[in-house]
Design a protein around this ligand. Sequence first.
Ligand SMILES: [Zn+2]
Length: 274
Amino acid sequence: MSDTQEEVATSQLWLEGSPPPRPGIPLTLRNGIQLFLANNPSSWTFEGTNTWVLTDAGHAIVIDPGPEDEPHQRAVADWIRARELRLEHLVISHGHWDHSGGLKALAALTGVAGVTDLRGSADGASLPFGANSDQELLVYRTPGHTSDGITLLWPRHKVAFVGDSAMARVNPYIHHPDGTITDILESMDKMAGLVDDSWLLLSGHGPVITSPRTHLVRRMESRQRRIAEVRGHHENGLDEAQIVAAMYGDRGEQTQRAAAATVSALLAHITERN
Ligand SMILES: [Zn+2]
């Protein structure tokens, strides 16, 4: 069976409004880009964590093995083994457990030498990949959701793997104090400068982001509106808990915790700026 024949036949995007892929069943976005959705849905992770498997000419890279979950890591490892691919790198977009918890399990199942930690890379660092010399991923630091977030660009396919730095339907929460609003705004601006609207952003959670530059510009505006909103509440004397209640209401405990982290980051941002 040729990889190409199979993958062209099943190639599809997970777009906003369309149903998510089923855990254990990879979705081939295009030749060389597979999505495995982990079975860890929650208010924090939405449908679950996206594990990305990149392939080229018999070589493979995994970005975000997902939470420690044997069936998930086995599905990824089995898929790689069935195609006799050589797994070159195991990479994480950032250190959150729902992206990195399965590193050890996947390393053991695939026999890959180890984890390629790109989080300390300089912007524009190259990660050679695949058979041809034109095959490389470019690494950029995109802190904000956390301090260690990275984005991986694959220019050949015009896709960028952004981890939790951008999501299709929401602004990702800010894991304050490790993540900050100042950082995420800089990172969004950086990402918008690296891509144009013909690219796709492939997030750590949820559907594909199309027209990414337009998306990022709108999301930066929405962040600015949130900053203004928090500033207004702060100037009216509301404390942090009251601001969370005013902005997010009663949306369940987990959502409240994510909202509280973001409001805390917004308050730090405006008070530092005062
Ligand atoms: Zn995260």
